[in-house]
Design a protein around this ligand. Structure first.
Ligand code: NAD
Ligand code: UGA
Length: 477
């Protein structure tokens, strides 16, 4: 038993809404999909003829957009029309941490979810399945149901209409940079709900390309909580390995060797054991903060303290990078040039939300450094929005200013130090011979992603500091 789904509307054309709907559209040619957003600029970018101008960069996304756009995948700001026509509506709007008011700094700000539910309540017609795609606190489905079910004045303007709603939870587990592959070949699809017919209808869509065994169905609250828990567990592994990276530096052990050794145990597993400058991205921090808020709400203080430590360790890991840089550069970086390689929070994305590069740069700017930033996919305006435009441009300011570099070479000219922050592939192929010649000596390389090739820099007279290791220890063995 299932409902027939011919029209899907996705509210929110962001990192989740865009790629997810592109993949569904490519596998379900008989379903018309409208992705809608309040941000006209973003919608224009999704509709840009030049696929290089899509609002987000994800490997493989451009090919899907080329295949489906204007055929069964459409991007627009026509919210009323597309909600009204939809049999199924995905909510993929942003759910950031609350900045002020009750629960500020921890709880999720549900204002976009609230607004979306009200739009659906106002415009939907007939039987409509509402799918939570956004990551939400446990029990949000109840709030959405209440808003959808209430008789508000907006709905009374549409008294002729009949509308009935079912709410499902279908959290998204994609990672940025590998989103298309994750959506094409997910480890699992999770659907939480109470209405079997609606669950079957959503499962049927996914079964066009995903094996039935991978589609897990649960109750609503298990589904909502599983998403927060998955992110908390992933982040916890990173904080665990990062904590050991510091111990490796102190003892002469090598974090990559430790990761390999422990990850070979199937019970531990190899994934998510790469040490780095701390996890970034829009979700790990906010989702753990939300988990902490929920635990406190239910009086589970010990549990919230446990998860708080995962965040504390992450912050400490990022902070210690800039401290080490200042220490190695004789205690001052005032007026010194530092090249930052990578500004995105991870490779293969142009997303900079919560990127460790932001705090590393801010701390170095506070110390008076002159920073040249190069990232293969992040543009200058994005960096301005994170670091502030007032410190932009070397020529106006001496100490504590930054500039945008077009290439690695451009960033490295006269630099006293280079810091690798993001694990872009091209940083593993740097020609250290050439770079050494254009740097100011004594020159340093600080590699927070421990690329194998970085050790070569020392052959050309560059001092190398490697997170979770030390070149000195490596040479002595
Ligand atoms: P995003 O900020 O990139 O996109 C959200 C979009 O929703 C924005 O374009 C915004 O303008 C739009 N929007 C907000 N309110 C709206 C409204 N009332 N009507 C129409 N459009 C509206 O966010 P994202 O990264 O796509 O994340 C969306 C959700 O998915 C979040 O809950 C996030 O936690 C979750 N999630 C994100 C990822 C990820 O990798 N980014 C992965 C899994 C889950
Ligand atoms: C993460 C989860 O992996 C997704 O499953 C989830 O859907 C998503 O959050 C979400 O809810 O938004 P994402 O943030 O895109 O995905 O990227 P990750 O690959 O998880 O990386 C997050 C951060 O951890 C990055 O800064 C990355 O550099 C860092 N990381 C990751 C490490 O330092 N070491 C690792 O071994 C893995």
């Amino acid at each position: 038993m299932k409902y027939i789904i011919k029209n899907i509307c996705c509210i929110g054309a962001g990192y989740v809404g865009g790629p997810t709907m592109a993949v569904i559209a490519s596998h379900c040619p008989n379903i018309q999909i409208n992705v809608i957003d309040i941000n006209q600029e973003r919608i224009n970018a999704w509709n840009d003829d030049n696929l290089k101008n899509l609002p987000i960069f994800e490997p493989g996304l451009d090919a899907l957009i080329k295949k489906c756009r204007d055929i069964n995948l459409h991007f627009s700001c026509e919210i009323e029309k597309h909600i009204a026509n939809a049999d199924m509506i995905f909510i993929s709007v942003n759910t950031p941490t609350k900045a002020k008011g009750l629960g500020a700094g921890q709880a999720i700000d549900l204002k976009w979810i609230d607004a979306t539910a009200r739009q659906i309540s106002k415009y939907a017609r007939g039987k409509t399945i509402v799918v939570e795609k956004s990551t939400l606190p446990v029990k949000t489905a109840r709030t959405i149901k209440e808003i959808l079910g209430s008789k508000n004045s907006d709905r009374e303007n549409y008294q002729d209409k009949y509308s009935e709603f079912v709410v499902l939870s279908n959290p998204e587990f994609l990672s940025e940079g590998t989103a298309i592959n994750n959506l094409q070949n997910p480890d699992r699809v999770l659907i939480g709900g109470e209405d079997l017919k609606a669950i079957n209808s959503l499962a049927e869509i996914y079964s066009n390309w995903i094996e039935k065994e991978k589609i897990i169905t649960t109750n609503l609250w298990s589904s909502e909580l599983s998403k927060l828990t998955a992110n908390a567990f992933l982040a916890q592994r990173i904080s665990s390995i990062n904590s050991i990276s510091a111990l490796c530096e102190a003892t002469g052990a090598d974090i990559n060797e430790v990761s390999l050794a422990i990850g070979s145990d199937r019970r531990i597993g190899k994934e998510f054991l790469k040490s780095g400058p701390g996890f970034g991205g829009s979700c790990f921090k906010k989702d753990i903060l939300n988990l902490i808020y929920l635990c406190n709400h239910y009086g589970l203080r010990e549990v919230s303290d446990y998860w708080q430590k995962v965040l504390d360790l992450n912050e400490w890991q990022t902070q210690r990078i800039s401290k080490i840089v200042v220490e190695k550069l004789f205690g001052t970086i005032s007026g010194k040039k530092i090249a930052i390689l990578g500004f995105a929070f991870k490779a293969n994305t142009n997303d900079t939300r919560e990127s460790p590069a932001i705090n590393i740069c801010k701390e170095l700017l506070d110390e008076g450094g002159m920073i040249s930033i190069y990232d293969p996919k992040v543009n200058v305006n994005q960096i301005k929005s994170e670091l502030g435009a007032e410190k932009y441009d070397f020529s106006n300011n001496l100490d504590g200013s930054w500039r945008f570099a077009e290439t690695i070479i451009d960033a490295s000219h006269n630099a006293d130090a280079i810091i690798i922050v993001t694990e872009w592939d091209e940083f593993n192929n740097i020609d250290w011979n050439t770079i050494s010649k254009i740097m100011r000596h004594p020159a340093w390389l600080f590699d927070t992603r421990s690329f194998k090739n970085s050790y070569e820099a020392s052959d050309y007279g560059i001092n190398v500091w490697m997170l979770g290791n030390g070149l000195k220890e490596k040479i002595e063995r």
